[in-house]
Design a protein around this ligand. Structure first.
Ligand SMILES: *Cc1c(COP(=O)(O)O)cnc(C)c1O
Length: 384
């Protein structure tokens, strides 16, 4: 079955034996499930944390989209990441991570580093040699994000997973920015994919959720056990919302990419812009790799405005369609200032080391009419 058919049907096939043939999976709100005898859960379910039919439907669909055997849905991207780290890492293990990570992931890793003696090394993974050279005897995991947030750096999943496999190291890819429509890390050799379904997968800015997809049954069984033991599961209502969101993932991503490309080109030719970070531009240092690894270039981009922090404030304050807000991947266009918003957790030094300047602005390009979006940006540039 092709991607756009799976986004609509997988996990949601009409059930005539145990249901009415609903074409949309019902929201099963029951927290517990009755049985006929003590030792047999009659309908296949016991308690809703352990398993829920609506969540199961979503997990089936999410697995299919990443071409994974298994998926697990969590109450947030961070809940998924926490469960994953607690499942595969132990004190004394070493992790290599991309230096331009989602700041919340970095903050989580700091907790594991301080409280559980797990070691983290951050490298610029755009050069696979940096990853290779950081591998130690106790390296257990390589954690990648591509494209990264907010600098849209691209790393070569295939080359890095080959390096990892030689050393028996697992590779996790946070595929939130690309989505499985644009990039399938498991097919490129990665072991595990994580998502914040809050972003493009749900796509409507009305649900916080996360997911893990993988095909290794042994790791899946441990994760499934811990999903129930830790309990950070996605609710039935959110599972329904995300299922609904996935039905248009392919269409939304196409328009996100089209609009983002046009905005990137507009910004690149604008005299008040110093630099644009978008993998679809020829000026992007990993443009060729992005072309090879991704179907298209995604809906997020960043740029440096040729001004100072006061100009940044005026620019952001003059927009009418773009909402000044964190998060990304929804149908509405959002804009934000990483240095004071999403990446405020990092010190100024840490930000500068990876290249996040105070004049950097990140856009999550929505699905509005491109002429309206560009007109809005034009007005904001006129204000500085
Ligand atoms: C938002 C995000 C997360 C965290 O997900 P939440 O759903 O907000 O907990 C992780 N990784 C990336 C790349 C993100 O954008």
């Amino acid at each position: 079955m092709k991607f756009s058919t799976m986004t609509i049907h997988t996990g949601e096939e009409p059930n005539f034996e145990r249901g009415f043939g609903d074409v949309v999976v019902p929201i099963h709100l029951s927290s517990t499930f009755a049985r006929k005898e003590i030792d047999k859960p009659t309908g296949g379910y016991e308690y809703s944390r352990t398993g829920n039919p609506t969540r199961d439907a979503l997990e089936k669909r999410l697995a299919a989209l990443e071409e994974a055997k298994f998926a697990l849905a969590f109450s947030s991207g961070m809940a998924a990441e926490t469960t994953l780290v607690l499942t595969i890492l132990n004190s004394g293990d070493h992790v290599i991570a991309f230096d331009d990570l989602y700041a919340g992931t970095r903050r989580l890793f700091d907790i594991f580093s301080k409280n559980f003696a797990i070691e983290f090394t951050y490298v610029d993974a755009t050069n696979p040699d940096n990853v290779k050279n950081a591998i130690r005897r106790n390296t257990k995991l390589i954690w990648l994000e591509t494209p990264t947030n907010p600098l849209m750096k691209i790393c070569d999943i295939k080359v890095i997973t080959e390096i990892a496999r030689d050393k028996g190291v697992l590779v996790v890819v946070d595929n939130t920015f690309a989505t499985p429509y644009l990039q399938k890390p498991l097919l490129l050799g990665a072991d595990i994919v994580v998502h914040s379904t809050t972003k493009f997968i749900n796509g409507h800015s009305d649900s916080v959720g996360g997911a893990i997809m993988l095909s290794d049954e042994r790791i899946y069984e441990k994760l499934k056990f811990n999903q129930n033991a830790i309990g950070a599961i996605l609710s039935p209502f959110d599972s329904y919302l995300v299922l609904r969101g996935t039905k248009t993932l392919h269409l939304r991503m196409e328009r996100h990419c089209q609009n983002a490309m046009k905005i990137a080109q507009y910004l690149e030719s604008h005299p008040k812009v110093k630099r644009v970070y978008y993998p679809g531009l020829k000026s992007h240092p990993q443009h060729e790799l992005a072309k090879k690894q991704m179907l298209d270039f995604g809906g997020v981009l960043s740029f440096e405005i040729d001004s100072d922090i006061r100009g940044v404030r005026r620019f952001l304050g003059s927009l009418r369609i773009f909402a000044l807000a964190e998060s990304l991947g929804g149908v509405e266009s959002l804009i934000e200032h990483p240095a004071t918003m999403t990446h405020a957790y990092l010190s100024k030094d840490e930000r500068e080391k990876i290249g996040i300047k105070d004049t950097l602005i990140r856009i999550s390009v929505g699905l509005e009419d491109i002429d309206d979006l560009i007109e809005d940006l034009d007005r904001a540039f006129d204000s500085i």
